[in-house]
Design a binder for this molecule. Structure first.
Ligand SMILES: *Cc1c(COP(=O)(O)O)cnc(C)c1O
Length: 394
């Protein structure tokens, strides 16, 4: 049986998959079973941040695997401790980290941190979390409820936990706050919702007002974090100091990891929270290696150069194909072309894939680009050559 047949027979069909199966990758290139080559402008939804088959990352993972993959969180895990130090140090915030295995798990931890704070620090218990419409925070029962998109709140999975409410824009947060509000959770650039960066002054004002009212600001940097927007954290570009930040996607280059970091450094006591696999030797060694690679990428100016090159292509394409795309959106290497409608969005993605370049959908009408942060100029040029060829034919 082929992989596709096995998949259809034995894997629950929760994803709208096509039948392509990749067998190998190098840098920003992927190869499928038939040997066809693709330029990867998606990096596994922002995960393969240092590209495929990165020699430093694969070497570090192999060496670590030979020494130890996993013990448990009942003993000190040296690379976990070192990775926490690196993350906190690069963030510039006075924080501590909790390690899980995914973005949803990081956000679950963030919500537990906020809830415990709301329960222990005020006379009247605070527990409500305000999130934004078009946000995306994960697929567990709680994080899907935190996600401000009605289409995600299917009655199939109800009842959902209480205490989440949604507002259509940042301005509407202030009216939604009551004496039971403990936190506001936002993405600075909404990813799944359509690659939508919020206005910097609006976010700074929000951060200031929440601080005055002793309400926590949780920034979901699962997609924006780890240099995706050009800075280590998007919070740096917005010049804010969140109370809780979550990370995941790009942090370990494809090894599952999630982090909730907080300035509430003493919030948890032993027993409050846990994760069997969270922060094990393998994932945190991978995280340390990815950070070392990306720190260098940023310091050398290579990251800024790639962002610039990508941006030039998208600006030009949008102008030239204005009948297909109404705007270029995004920040850093988290970019998108807003298609005129969802039909065009789907056609563009399908034609691009056929032509050997992988992009992603976001929201109802955005074609999203999340290339590896180590992508080369040659790979960018080749990818856009194919992309343009694909859309010319539409
Ligand atoms: C992907 C994503 C998540 C969920 O991450 P998983 O690892 O799939 O659980 C949460 N928040 C944001 C902003 C994301 O982009």
């Amino acid at each position: 049986m082929t992989a596709a047949t096995l998949d259809q027979t034995f894997v629950l069909s929760s994803y709208g998959r096509n039948n392509t199966s990749f067998v190998e990758g190098k840098g920003a290139r992927l190869y499928d079973e038939s040997g066809k080559e693709y330029i990867d402008f998606a990096s596994g939804i922002g995960v393969s941040s240092v590209g495929h088959g990165n020699p430093l990352l694969t070497e570090a993972i192999c060496t670590q695997a030979k020494a130890l993959i996993h013990t448990s969180n009942l003993q000190v895990i040296a690379p976990q401790a070192e990775l926490a130090e690196r993350i906190v140090s690069l963030s510039g915030y006075d924080m501590r980290c909790f390690f899980g295995n995914s973005g949803a798990e990081a956000n679950e931890a963030a919500i537990k941190i906020a809830r415990k704070h709301g329960e222990t620090c005020f006379e009247k218990k605070r527990y409500k979390v305000i999130t934004l419409e078009h946000s995306f925070h994960g697929r567990t029962i709680t994080t899907v409820k935190a996600t401000g998109q009605e289409s995600f709140h299917s009655p199939h999975f109800s009842p959902y936990p209480d205490g989440f409410l949604y507002v259509s824009q940042i301005d509407a947060v202030y009216e939604a706050i009551d004496d039971e509000t403990v936190a506001v959770m936002i993405e600075l650039v909404q990813g799944e919702g359509g690659v939508h960066p919020f206005d910097k002054e609006e976010i700074q004002r929000l951060a200031r007002i929440l601080k005055e009212r002793e309400i926590l600001l949780i920034v979901d940097e699962v997609q924006t974090g780890i240099y995706r927007t050009g800075a280590f954290l998007a919070s740096h570009l917005y010049e804010i100091e969140p109370d809780i930040i979550t990370l995941a996607k790009g942090l370990a280059g494809g090894v599952p990891i999630g982090v909730a970091m907080t300035s509430l450094k003493d919030i948890f006591e032993p027993g409050d929270h846990g994760s069997t696999f969270g922060g094990n030797f393998l994932s945190t060694r991978a995280g340390l290696t990815v950070l070392a690679i990306l720190e260098e990428e940023r310091a050398s100016g290579d990251l800024a150069t790639r962002i610039e090159q990508f941006d030039v292509y998208l600006t030009t394409l949008q102008k030239q194909y204005a009948h297909l795309f109404t705007a270029e959106v995004g920040l850093g290497l988290m970019l998108g072309l807003r298609a005129v409608n969802s039909e065009v969005q789907q056609k563009v993605l399908a034609a691009a894939f056929e032509a050997g370049v992988i992009a992603l959908r976001a929201g109802r009408n955005t074609v999203r680009f999340l290339p590896p942060l180590t992508i080369t100029k040659e790979e960018i040029d080749e990818g856009f050559k194919r992309f343009e060829k694909a859309i010319t034919a539409l």
